[in-house]
Every structure is written in structure tokens, then in C-alpha cells.
Ligand binder design. Sequence first.
Ligand SMILES: N[C@@H](CCC(=O)N[C@@H](CS)C(=O)NCC(=O)O)C(=O)O
Length: 210
Amino acid sequence: METELHGFSYSVYTWIVRFALLEKSVKYHSIEVNPFSDSGHPAHPFGKVPLLIHNGFRLYETSAIIRYVDLAFPGPSLQPEDARGRARVDQIISIVDNYAYWPLVRQVSSHGYFNKAFGLEVDHSVLMAGLDAAPKILSALDGLVAEQGLIKTGQLSLADIHLGPIISYFNMAPEGAKQLKSYRQLSRWWGAISKQRGVEKTMPKLPRLK
Ligand SMILES: N[C@@H](CCC(=O)N[C@@H](CS)C(=O)NCC(=O)O)C(=O)O
């Protein structure tokens, strides 16, 4: 059985897939591709990462990949059996992809942490746009992780795996960390997730802000 993950070390979506693969104890080869280069990832129709290849089966879109990993490999299930639990997991994943990724990661984390840490240009208007958009998203997630998340269920699910790296990146920006503190359930949830072995083992190695 051959599993290949095409990803980029700093990509938050690649981190999500690494986290799911680790939870299912899947051994795989990592292929490093920078999707932010001029050509993007040539093997991905939209030039992005991640892309998983499992015995010739090629799959892109992170949410599809982690659901596939959960079903295709043995080990504890990462999705609740009941309809409502499963729906909440899917809802959190969908919120991440449709509402959270851009403001929390590409605006707040990129301009409040990454560009500073890597000596790149910081656009404060982009950072502010992300910070303005964040409360609505954090507030929705605060309620949802209280209902379906590690601290409520005691079990790691695909929702925790999809959301954890996103909140981690947001929290790396001091402005993001300050906002996160106002959301009690989400902060508690993040406190528990950040101590998970899967997070520690799959987290990208990143410089601290000076
Ligand atoms: N919808 C895609 C999004 C993947 C994505 O945006 N990946 C980022 C890295 S975290 C990327 O490749 N960005 C390159 C670009 O936007 O040009 C998924 O769920 O996998």
C-alpha cells in the first residue's frame, strides 16, 4: 500500500491532513510542493495543496481527503455515528472552509504573524479586515465546540482536526490571540486541542515572533 501526500510545510490545510493521517497511524511519503510559486502545484487542477494519492487514487480538497482517510484506514473512527453529531462535525468543517480560512489564516495570521516572522511586507489594512471579520466566526465556533468538540465528547473528531490548525495559526498573531481569549469555550477547546499528541507531532516548525 502506497500513500503519498503532496503538501507544503507551512500550509495549514496540509497540516490538517498530516494530523488526520497521524490519528489513523498511516505511514506515507511527503512530497513538498510550494503552491505559492508562480505555477502553483502542477498536479492539482487549482494549483493548490494538499493532494493525496493512495494506491493510485488521487484526491484533493482537504475535507474530502480527511473523510477518506478516516474511512479507508483502520483505527478509531474520527466521525460520530449519530446523525446530529455527524452533522455538527460537517458543519464545523464547512464553516472553516467557507468563512474562517480566509480571514483567520490568510488575513490575520499571514499579516499578524507570518509576514512579520519571515520579514515580508505586512499590510495592516488586510490584518484589520481579518480582525473585523473574526468575531462573527469565533462566536459561531464558540457555541459549536461547546456542543461537538473534544472537550464536550472526550473524543477527537474530524471537526477538531480541521479546526485545530486554523485556530493555531490565528492564535500565532498577537492580535488573534487577544481576540481568541474573549471566547471562553473556544479558548478552553483550543487549550485541550493544543496539548494533543497529534497536534504536537504534526505542527509545522515555525519561528517565534521577535
Ligand atoms: N479548498 C482547498 C484549499 C486548499 C488551499 O487553499 N491550500 C493553500 C495552502 S494552505 C494553497 O495551496 N494556496 C495556494 C494559493 O492559494 O495559491 C482544500 O480544501 O484543500
